[in-house]
Design a protein around this ligand. Structure first.
Ligand code: 5GP
Length: 251
């Protein structure tokens, strides 16, 4: 079999040319990084869980009419996605203060925000993905005003969908990050949700206990990351609720 052409290798994923034009194979690695890759580890099983969870979220979004790049899952670690131009922004939606917002504004982590707040960061590892304003985005041409209107609407729809879904399984969606892709349909540009949606890019807290079930477990050394991600997957029914054990043989 011919070797696949690698297009790009990031911190958590590898992109390969897909089997048909306009498609890409997204491979989920077990690598975990934090603080702009200053902290690194390999967490066995993380890639498999994120592949399944991202499939689950993207499929659910498509079902409610939110366009995404997801086409189909290929195997345990790979999914086929639509090729798109990535808008060079990380779009963050926050429902409760945490992380950099808590640090920046001195708001205690977990404080409910008066309404969902959308932030934009420039995708630039060398600069540590700095927070930017819509003025910067317009002046430097990273996205048009029409794009920004569409991005805001997509981000809030994803927030409504994910918050409700998580609430239903006893999890509070604190915040999340999405990336946006541009595709052309009959020469008209259209924005879609790209990259991944997984506990790597969300903050998820158990409603009853406040336990963290996301990448902060790795960032802050709070225990097993795969246990946390498996718990999210189990509650959503993405993996079986009970571990299948070997049958007891009675003679
Ligand atoms: P914060 O700005 O507080 O660090 O992050 C806000 C939210 O966006 C968190 O859910 C965090 O996981 C996500 N996020 C921010 N930057 C990145 C990033 O570069 N990669 C990933 N996977 N998630 C990010």
């Amino acid at each position: 079999m011919a070797r696949r052409t690698k297009i790009y290798e990031g911190k958590a994923k590898i992109l390969y040319e897909g089997p048909e034009p306009g498609t890409i194979v997204q491979y989920f690695k077990d690598d975990a990084t934090a603080f702009n890759a200053q902290k690194k580890d390999v967490i066995e099983g993380k890639g498999v869980l994120n592949n399944r969870l991202s499939e689950y979220f993207m499929t659910g979004l498509a079902q409610i009419g939110v366009p995404t790049h997801f086409i189909r899952r290929l195997n345990m670690r790979e999914q086929l996605v639509r090729a798109c131009e990535i808008v060079p922004l990380e779009v963050i939606v926050r429902n409760f203060a945490a992380g950099t917002m808590s640090k920046r504004l001195g708001i205690e982590e977990g404080t409910q925000l008066p309404r969902p707040i959308v932030e934009y960061c420039l995708k630039n590892d060398e600069l540590g993905d700095p927070l930017v304003t819509e003025e910067h985005i317009a002046a430097f041409g990273w996205a048009s005003q029409q794009d920004m209107d569409d991005i805001l609407s997509l981000a809030l729809r994803v927030n409504d969908y994910l918050s409700g879904l998580m609430y239903g399984v006893g999890i509070k969606l604190i915040d999340f990050k999405i990336e946006i892709g541009r595709v052309y349909e009959n020469d008209y540009p259209r924005l879609i949700i790209a990259d991944e949606i997984s506990p790597d890019s969300c903050r998820l807290w158990d409603i009853a206990t406040g336990q963290k079930l996301d990448k902060d477990v790795f960032r802050r050394d709070l225990g097993s990351l795969t246990d946390a991600y498996s718990e999210v997957a189990r509650r959503l029914g993405v993996i079986p609720k009970t571990q299948v054990t070997k049958p007891t043989l009675i003679n």
